[in-house]
Design a protein around this ligand. Structure first.
Ligand code: SAH
Ligand code: SF4
Ligand code: F3S
Length: 436
């Protein structure tokens, strides 16, 4: 009988993509996918280290998996991803039931490691080069295909563990990305999302990120929408915006532009390499080229030394930009990073208060941005029928907002034009079809 694997993915989209790569490797080797850990021969956790809370979740999940292993001693448990670097010693001492520990660059060796007769198979070495160029992921069904264009990060923001868990930045070849995109289209995917820790640091010889976008737009037919995450505010330039304006609506009018903080002294301590003035100028430029660009962000509160005035500076930028949405986090000290040497001097109560204030402000802006869409005619990429309301379907606007509309003869992947007639919280409603 075929061996079955079960995989759980935590963290960012890069991990989602890596889990699809792993699934591809295992399925090619004769494994089949299991949706139930109790029925699997191999359980994989693809983990995230970005905040302490993310790691704690994995530790408690491992405790639950141990109970399954107690009932099925043949079961193998693998811990993969960004936590692998951090936890190997602790796992060997405290969680000996974990059989396999693989870092993000070690997945193509998973089959060998599964055959290893060692008590633990451990491979956490990071590579300077792209190691998965010739592999194809086994994607989950849907309309969107993730495609990794680069790995690792050289920015070394002082709070961030990613440069240590994922290693040095390296880009894939344009040709490999085009091949993967064509294959995804052949398989029925109509939207692609390019992934990298800093997509706009992408480089393949003379080719930059805007060149890659142009190549995808011109050379891969059948794609209806191209997205990417995340660019670094320092590197967002006119060349990128020009490509957006030129290939609209194929390149989605959404940009995720992580702010982290609105205070110049905190930004400097974070090693973000831009100032609030630079950031605001970038936003102005983005809106000059693409006036209806949806802008989202990431913000950290409570970085060491963040005083009330610094926090007010962050709120001020939020008021100036009026983001469509924001992911907001309390600062979490991480091993290996520069900031861990700074005193974590903002109390947890204060972090919580700031976070709540920031979330409340963002909610106001989000609702305003959603309400401002009412009356507009928009291109919507149909995703699926609605699970909760069988009489409805859902899709997404170019700027990434969810729209629901009455069920009709649409198929997932259809690009349709409809007028937005209402907004229900963070869902847009469309009762009107628009004839082109
Ligand atoms: N490369 C991406 C972000 C990867 S991590 C980028 O630069 O946009 C995703 C988000 O997690 C970051 O943008 C940051 O807001 C948050 N984050 C990273 N390290 C953190 C830490 N130590 N504490 C709290 N939030 C953190
Ligand atoms: Fe982390 Fe900064 Fe790199 Fe993003 S750019 S992954 S926040 S070090
Ligand atoms: Fe987490 Fe690693 Fe992504 S630390 S956010 S899974 S790059």
């Amino acid at each position: 009988m075929k061996k079955r694997f079960y995989i759980e993915t935590y963290g960012c989209q890069m991990n989602e993509y890596d889990s699809e790569l792993l699934s591809g490797i295992l399925i090619n080797a004769g494994y089949s996918f299991s949706a139930d850990p109790e029925e699997a021969d191999l359980i994989l956790l693809n983990t995230c280290s970005v905040r302490d809370h993310a790691e704690q979740k994995i530790h408690s999940r491992l405790g639950e998996l141990k109970q399954i292993k107690d009932r099925h001693p043949q079961l193998k448990i693998g811990l993969l991803g960004c936590m692998a670097q951090n936890v190997r010693d602790e796992i060997l001492t405290n969680k000996p039931y974990v059989d396999l520990i693989l870092g993000p660059d070690a997945y193509r060796n998973i089959l060998e490691h599964l055959q290893s007769t060692e008590k633990h198979a451990i491979d956490t070495k990071l590579s300077k080069y792209e190691v998965y160029e010739d592999l194809f992921p086994a994607r989950k069904s849907g309309i969107n295909a993730w495609i990794s264009i680069s790995r690792g990060c050289d920015k070394f923001c002082s709070y961030c563990i990613v440069p240590y868990t994922r290693g040095r930045e390296r880009s894939r070849k344009v040709s490999g990305i085009l091949t993967e995109a064509r294959k995804a289209v052949e398989q029925g995917f109509v939207e692609i999302t390019l992934l990298g820790q800093n997509v706009n640091s992408y480089r393949d010889d003379e080719k930059s990120f805007p060149d890659l976008l142009r190549a995808l737009a011109e050379k891969v037919s059948g794609i209806r929408r191209i997205r990417y995450i995340s660019p670094h505010p320092q590197d967002v330039d006119a060349a990128l915006m020009q490509v957006h304006a030129e290939y609209k609506p194929l390149i989605a009018n959404h940009i995720h532009l992580p702010l982290q903080s609105g205070s110049n002294s905190v930004l400097a301590a974070m090693n973000r390499s831009y100032t609030r003035e630079h950031y605001l100028k970038r936003v102005e430029m983005i809106r000059q080229y693409v006036p209806d660009m949806g802008i989202s962000t990431d913000i950290i509160v409570g970085f060491p030394g963040e005083g009330d005035r610094d926090f007010r500076d962050t709120l001020d930028i939020m008021r100036q930009v009026r983001y469509d949405s924001a992911f907001t986090f309390k600062y979490s000290p991480r091993p290996h990073t520069k900031a861990i040497k700074l005193q974590d001097d903002v109390s947890d109560t204060q972090k919580t208060e700031r976070l709540l204030e920031l979330i409340a402000l963002q909610k106001e802006h989000t609702l305003q941005r959603f309400r401002a869409m009412i009356g507009k005619e928009l291109d919507i990429l149909v995703e699926s029928g609605s699970k909760r309301r069988p009489e409805e379907m859902m899709g997404r606007t170019s700027c990434g907002k969810v729209v629901v509309f009455p069920k009709a003869n649409y198929l997932p992947g259809d690009l349709i034009r409809r007028r937005i007639t209402n907004a229900r919280g963070v869902t847009l409603i469309s009762r009107e079809n628009v004839e082109e």
